[in-house]
Design a protein around this ligand. Sequence first.
Ligand SMILES: [Zn+2]
Length: 153
Amino acid sequence: MEWPASFYALKRGEGCEMCRQGRPDETRWGVRFFAGRVSDAYLQRANIQRGYTVVVWRGRHVAEPTELSTTDASAYWLEVLRVAQALETQLKPVKMNYNVLGNSLPHLHAHIIPRYADDPRPGWPFPFPEHDPPPIDDHVLHEDVEALRRLLA
Ligand SMILES: [Zn+2]
């Protein structure tokens, strides 16, 4: 197995969807509830785990957090933590997980996954499904978005 040639192009930022999209209120994956100085946080629509959030770096294209200056890295991670604190307050998880992967879309973003008492795999990394399940109930999604926006206002 090898990484496809297209991955190297994407890693350099060629055709990067997260660069191209600007800073929209909604993406095809989620609804924004936090617009920081250097990042946007999106509550994910797919019914994978309640509160599952992706925090997208909104500066120039970078694939790795190590490509950021100390100032930019500090700003980014502090915004990630601010978002995580709101998720903790709102949803009362047992544990919070932070995944920085970018193996399919190599533009810096962090997955924040709250883990609850009833969890698909306690003690282990969250078992993401290979394909996204149907969306979470729209009413639940928008209630969570509104509550998180209020906490971060
Ligand atoms: Zn990018």
